[in-house]
Design a protein around this ligand. Structure first.
Ligand SMILES: C[S@@+](CC[C@H](N)C(=O)[O-])C[C@H]1O[C@@H](n2cnc3c(N)ncnc32)[C@H](O)[C@@H]1O
Length: 409
């Protein structure tokens, strides 16, 4: 019984099985439970369930477990649409057992918790909304990295493991990439696949001659992009258009303004920002990955008001060029966030608005707090469910100078 487990003080060991009441969600796709004086991070459960859990890892600071049997299920529990989802199976999707609506509600809760804990902002009501047209959370992923086992079969790593679980399909990937798990890649360690808006699929296996240089075509708001497999590109088929629209709405770029697109990848946001500021305006894109910059040069060569900089954002902000006047900044750093030093450098340039695109709510909330100490206040955010069936969420947040609160509606 859960109460007995909670009252015991015996140390927990790997493979112990106990019954617990599942508590609230935590960042990272786990739910919190308590037993034997320890806090346990449980996968494959839902808040409010009574579950039989099996301990998978015990460390001084963290105990992990899988829910292996559900004794009292949540009304939001569904039969996982993927046959490879579950304890000790594919480590890719955390939420296959949860209705899509509840998945979004849980992500919303994680975002709210992150802002309360790390940005000291409460009741700010950040919604997590679906990508238009994505009703079931399946077949959205336009690019996939597959692990290859010793027999050459494609699959995915089990959770926190190097073990490869071969699969015969991945139902969050777009249908065209189904060719990968039906092909043998003996001798390869990894395969990357991507499907373009035109349905063309490219596949590159490590160690093969054709592993670089292949591109797919992506259409975004009437513009055609040629993207290499190694360059960053938003994974959900609807994410590029949704995020571009969100960035433009949040930043409201105006004719003649100067904008910076920091961590710009292949220049997705740069293209539409540059169009919005027009020939009298200017856009500087800063990206550290040379392959992405090469794709940006190819895709943006017609634009006369875009400058592409290959380099580290911190170095560039510290240079003379990165010290000039700027009206608006888009900031889309990797999962770890921008960090306080970059935030301070950005705030020192005094843009009228910063649009922060984030894939980690905790990193975003920490940086929002750093912006607050540098004179910028949080003016709103929207979460987008660009990673259904997983705990991940993408956020677009707006920050404005504290003394100019009325400049952004
Ligand atoms: C989340 S992606 C965003 C890309 C682009 N905004 C988009 O949506 O397509 C982050 C990008 O930052 C780049 N990056 C990571 N650290 C960097 C750094 N210190 N300086 C410059 N670019 C960096 C990565 O190569 C990657 O392309």
């Amino acid at each position: 019984m859960p109460d007995a487990a909670a009252e015991s003080s015996a140390p927990l060991c790997v493979d112990d099985v106990l019954d617990v009441t599942i508590g609230q969600i935590a960042h990272g796709g786990h739910f919190i439970a308590h037993a034997n004086g320890r806090t346990i991070f449980v996968r494959h459960a839902i808040a409010g369930e009574l579950a039989r859990i099996k301990i998978t890892e015990v460390r001084s600071k963290i105990v992990r477990a899988d829910a292996v049997e559900i004794l009292d299920p949540s009304p939001d529990r569904v039969s996982p649409p993927c046959a490879f989802a579950g304890p000790q199976l594919c480590g890719g999707c955390d939420f296959q057992h949860i209705s899509v609506g509840r998945q979004r509600a849980l992500k919303q809760q994680v975002v709210a918790d992150a802002f309360r804990r790390h940005a000291r902002l409460v009741d700010i009501g950040i919604p997590v909304v679906p990508i238009a047209g994505d009703d079931d959370g399946l077949h959205w992923r336009t690019r996939v990295r597959w692990a290859i086992d010793r027999q050459g079969r494609a699959g995915f790593h089990a959770y926190r493991s190097s073990t490869v679980l071969p699969v015969d399909k991945c139902i969050i990937a777009t249908a065209g990439q189904g060719v990968v798990p039906t092909t043998n890649y003996l001798g390869c360690q990894e395969v990357r696949s991507a499907e373009g808006s035109d349905g063309e699929v490219v596949v590159a296996a490590t160690g093969t001659a054709r592993s670089s240089g292949q591109r797919i075509t992506q259409l975004v708001l009437g513009r055609s992009w040629q993207i290499g497999l190694a360059s960053f590109w938003q994974a959900h088929r609807g994410a590029p258009e949704t995020l571009v629209r969100a960035v433009l709405a949040a930043g409201d770029p105006r004719i003649g303004e100067t904008w910076w697109d920091l961590y710009s990848g292949v220049g997705l946001f740069s293209a539409y920002l540059a169009a919005a500021v027009g020939p009298a305006g200017a856009l500087v894109a800063v990206e550290g990955d040379s392959r992405s910059v090469r794709d940006a040069r190819r895709n943006l060569r017609q634009e006369t008001n875009i400058e592409l900089v290959e380099g580290q954002v911190g170095n560039w902000l510290g240079s003379a060029h990165g010290s000039g006047h700027v009206d608006g900044i888009v900031l889309d750093p990797p999962r770890t966030g921008a960090g306080p030093a970059i935030v301070a450098q950005i705030a020192a340039r005094k843009p009228r608005v910063v649009v922060y695109v984030a894939c980690d709510p905790v990193a975003l909330a920490r940086d929002v707090e750093a912006f607050a100490t540098n004179g910028y206040r949080f003016a709103g955010a929207t979460g987008f469910d660009t990673f259904p069936m997983t705990h991940h969420v993408e956020l677009v947040a707006t920050l404005v100078p504290i003394d100019a609160a009325d400049q952004i509606s």
